[in-house]
Design a protein around this ligand. Structure first.
Ligand SMILES: *Cc1c(COP(=O)(O)O)cnc(C)c1O
Length: 378
């Protein structure tokens, strides 16, 4: 089954009993048992719910894994995955991971004795150098936020296999439509489904896909014990969003390509970061492991004041955190998502005050171009 068909026909579709073509929302907490311990697959909705299960089957198939799990947010999903490790274990992370992941690992999970190193994973040698005899996993984002840095999934996976480490990938930016890390040897793939998968800025959710039964048991044990599950309404809403993921990603790809070309022609704009640009660092690796470049672009407009002016004057770009929605979003990482990072550290990372990040949506590209230009030159 090809991807676009899988988005519609994958997982569990409809309802056998009534013929409903949409999965019913099982708004239920508990299930009648036929006898003590004799249930029909469901006992209690924290453990399992049919609507959530339909979504979990769908994401499992989309990522080509063994089992899927749905959580109340991307952060709940990441927390559950990290809770499968033990006190004293060590995990190596991409240094510019999502800010919330950094906060979770450095302020909460660390209190339970999980040790972490943050390294530039775009060079596998840095990962290798950080491995200790307590290292249990490598956790990667590719492309990253906001500079779209690329990590070679195949190379990291070879290293992980050689050292017997679990290889975890946050695939939020690429979505399963463009990139499937399990194909390249990842063991666990996770998503903030709040972004492209949901796609309409109306649901917060997280998804995890694992590639072995052992990992499935480990993650489900944490999910069932700690309870960060996704409710049936939001599970349904997410499946509804996923049905159009293919056409949305195709259209976003086209819009983004045109917007990058437009930016390249503007003298005010420098340092465009986009994995689809030939001289973008890691472009060759990205083209090898992904089928599309996505809708995230970062670029420099010269100064914090200019960035602020652009953000104040755009009409069709919504000034907001988050990404991956039908509406185009715009932000200034130095003042928003990355404000908590000290200025010197931001400069080291290349996150300048004039860096603007956009998430291209589904508006007419000519309107987006005109809108950006009037805001830039006002
Ligand atoms: C948003 C995001 C998260 C966190 O997900 P929530 O759904 O907001 O909890 C994790 N990773 C990446 C890459 C994200 O963009």
């Amino acid at each position: 089954m090809r991807k676009k068909t899988q988005l519609i026909h994958g997982g569990i579709t409809g309802d056998e009993k009534t013929g409903a073509v949409s999965v019913p929302i099982y708004q239920v907490s508990t299930y009648a048992q036929d006898g003590v311990g004799q249930h029909r697959g469901y006992e209690y909705s924290r453990t399992g719910n049919p609507t959530r299960f339909a979504l979990e089957e769908l994401i499992k198939e989309l990522e080509g894994g063994h089992r899927g799990f749905a959580f109340g947010s991307g952060m709940a999903a990441i927390t559950a995955v990290l809770m499968t490790f033990n006190h004293g274990d060590h995990v190596i992370f991409t240094d510019d991971v999502y800010g919330g992941t950094y906060r979770l690992v450095s302020k909460i999970i660390n209190r339970f004795g999980l040790e972490a190193s943050f390294v530039d994973t775009s060079d596998v040698k840095n990962i290798e150098a950080a491995i200790t005899d307590r290292t249990k996993a490598i956790y990667v984002e590719t492309p990253t936020n906001p500079l779209l840095k690329i990590t070679d999934l195949e190379k990291v996976s070879e290293l992980a296999k050689q050292k017997d480490l679990t290889f975890i990938v946050d695939n939020t930016f690429s979505t399963p439509y463009w990139q499937n890390p399990i194909e390249f040897g990842a063991d666990i793939v996770l998503h903030s489904a709040t972004k492209y998968l949901g796609g309409h800025s109306d649901v917060v959710a997280g998804l995890v896909v694992v590639n072995t039964e052992q990992l499935a048991e480990d993650v489900h044990f944490v999910l069932n014990s700690s309870g960060g599950i996704l409710g049936p309404q939001d599970s349904w809403l997410l499946m509804r969003g996923i049905k159009t993921l293919g056409i949305r990603m195709e259209e976003i790809e086209e819009n983004t390509r045109k917007f990058v070309e437009f930016l390249e022609g503007l003298p005010e704009v420098t340092n465009i970061y986009y994995p689809g640009i030939e001289n973008h660092r890691g472009n060759d690796v990205h083209q090898k492991q992904a089928r599309g470049n996505g809708g995230m672009i970062s670029f420099d407009v010269g100064s914090g004041e200019k960035a602020d002016k652009v953000l104040r004057n755009v009409k069709y770009f919504t000034l907001a955190e988050s990404l991956g929605a039908v509406e185009s979003l715009i932000s200034v990482p130095a003042m928003m998502t990355h404000a908590s990072i000290p200025k010197e550290r931001r400069a080291e990372l290349g996150i300048t005050d004039g860096l603007v990040r956009v998430s291209i949506g589904l508006e007419d590209i000519e309107d987006l171009k005109e809108d950006f230009l009037q805001a830039l030159r006002k």
